[in-house]
Ligand binder design. Structure first.
Ligand code: SF4
Ligand code: SF4
Length: 487
């Protein structure tokens, strides 16, 4: 990368510029003592839940396989600590409903070292064997999506991938764990990129990093191979630069078709945190037992980035990070733009959790209760939407519960819920919350239609009553997080 690439500021159209608040970027990653009890939901990735292969009372070792993948669209789970299986039962989860989980009582002498796993010669593996190794590691997209990584690296037979785009943007305010990983685990990152390139058959990789992280760019540049197969490009610091389609546009100038996948333009996208851990885990044959997490916000005395074992309850992390009076705090998992407010501190960190943000509850509530005014047709939301949608019109249709109209004629399916429209709306209209409700109702309707069709084919009769989603309101509750609370 040279000065010219900074000046040209590679970017995508529209988007927003929230305050970054990345005060933890300069502090090295740290570790915490293990929690006395770890909670591992079997469903913490997109796809089918893992299936337990341990029983209550069984001793386990850090890194040991404790639940196997249930088919291709699934990943296994590994013990994050030495300990004994205390229960396999329903436990609170960040997803909302209680979910079946393996609960491990941690041995006090449990070591941070991972002793389970058979080293393997990565150079001897075929692309298919690399993909199998990725699945065996239990890896999912650590950027927040928790999509199984081996599925993402499996290229459809009719497609050819020319470039692996590596996402080092970390465009959400507050979050800095990817930033630290790029600096502290650079060798692992380059190694993971090489494995992923071989798995997908790509000749080159481009690492996209927002231009507010020059130290990360410099650290990567110092480790790039001389053959030019892996390069780093600075992209404009702008939200949502880290969204797949936005980054592909910024880094390569390619447009992924509406409703399409990156592979349609010859690209696969992976997050830096995911690849850095794959670079470390795959040669040693180990499973995913921990991830980097940003713990910060005005309610935290010792903010920073931490290596957190998967399954650690939030209460334990917040106690060690110095959260004062958590009852007066609003806790958000992920970033403030797309993250999720959490009601219970007993939920554990799962594979997709990149941040734990702690805000002042009264301030957040005050923001969430701001008066909503009618749309003034200012067009700010249209100018902000990175997908080129018309959020104003979508909002009006949502108010009238015209969900089919939204999906059919106004491309609601292309909305990836980034929240830019809500962020800029001067009337405080909770647009993205309305769109989430609308998409949920359309999904329900599609599932219902499918079930009806299948029953019709089987010749059975069933009364579906009024379960058509009509009884739900389209407005949704106004959610505070898209206004990116500040200290
Ligand atoms: S939430 Fe959806 S409609 Fe709003 S800006 Fe993002 S992509 Fe566009
Ligand atoms: S930003 Fe808000 S007020 Fe302006 S056009 Fe969009 S919905 Fe209407």
């Amino acid at each position: 990368m040279n000065l010219f690439s900074f000046i040209t500021r590679k970017s995508f159209a529209r988007g927003v510029h929230p305050a970054s608040n990345k005060s933890t970027a300069g502090t090295p990653l740290r570790r915490l003592p293990f929690a006395p009890r770890m909670i591992l939901p079997l469903a913490q990735h997109i796809g089918k839940p893992a299936v337990p292969i341990v029983s209550v009372g069984q001793e386990v070792v850090r890194g040991q396989l404790i639940a196997r993948a249930d088919g291709f669209m699934s990943v296994p789970l590994h013990a994050p600590v030495d300990g004994v299986v205390e229960a396999i039962e329903l436990m609170p989860s960040a997803r909302g409903p209680w979910t079946e989980s393996i609960v491990i009582h941690t041995y006090e002498a449990s070591t941070q070292e991972q002793r389970w796993g058979e080293p393997r010669d990565m150079d001897a593996l075929t692309p298919q064997e690399i993909i199998q190794a990725v699945q065996d590691s239990g890896m999912v997209g650590l950027g927040g999506a928790a999509f199984p990584s081996h599925v993402k690296l499996t290229v459809p037979k009719d497609r050819k991938i020319h470039t692996l785009v590596v996402n080092g943007c970390e465009c959400e305010p507050y979050l800095t764990c990817d930033h630290r990983v790029m600096i502290e685990r650079t060798d692992d990152l380059i190694q993971g990129i090489r494995y992923a390139m071989r798995a997908i058959g790509a000749d080159k990789a481009v690492i996209g990093v927002e231009d507010n992280k020059p130290d990360a760019v410099a650290a990567i540049q110092a480790k790039l191979p001389s053959d030019g197969s892996i390069t780093v490009v600075a992209v404009e610091t702008k939200y949502p630069q880290g969204a797949e389609k936005m980054l592909i546009k910024s880094a390569l100038g390619l447009d992924v078709p509406a409703g399409g996948l990156p592979s349609e333009v010859g690209v696969v996208v992976n997050n830096v945190g995911t690849l850095a851990l794959l670079g470390r885990l795959l040669p040693s044959g180990q499973g995913l037992t921990e991830r980097a997490v940003t713990v910060t916000g005005p309610g935290i005395k010792r903010p920073g980035d931490y290596w957190v074992p998967i399954g650690t309850p939030l209460r334990h992390i917040l106690a060690w990070a110095g959260a004062d009076d958590v009852s007066e705090r609003e806790i958000i998992l992920g970033g403030p733009m797309m993250g999720q407010a959490i009601a219970s501190l007993d939920v554990p960190v799962t594979k997709g959790v990149s941040g734990i943000l702690v805000f002042d509850r009264r301030r957040v509530e005050a923001e969430s209760q701001r008066k909503i005014y009618p749309c003034i047709k200012c067009g700010e939301c249209v100018n902000a939407c990175p997908m080129g949608l018309n959020p104003s019109m979508l909002g009006l249709l949502a108010e009238h519960r015209e969900y089919d109209h939204m999906g059919r004629d106004y491309h609601l399916g292309d909305c990836f819920e980034c929240g830019c429209c809500t962020f800029v709306c001067p009337s405080n209209i909770p647009l993205v919350q309305q769109f989430k409700v609308a998409k949920g109702i359309l999904r329900e309707r599609a599932a219902l239609a499918k079930a009806k069709a299948e029953l019709h084919e089987s010749g059975e009769r069933f009364d579906f009553g009024h379960a058509e989603g009509e009884g739900r309101k389209g407005g949704g509750s106004r959610h505070p997080i898209n206004k990116a609370p500040t200290p």
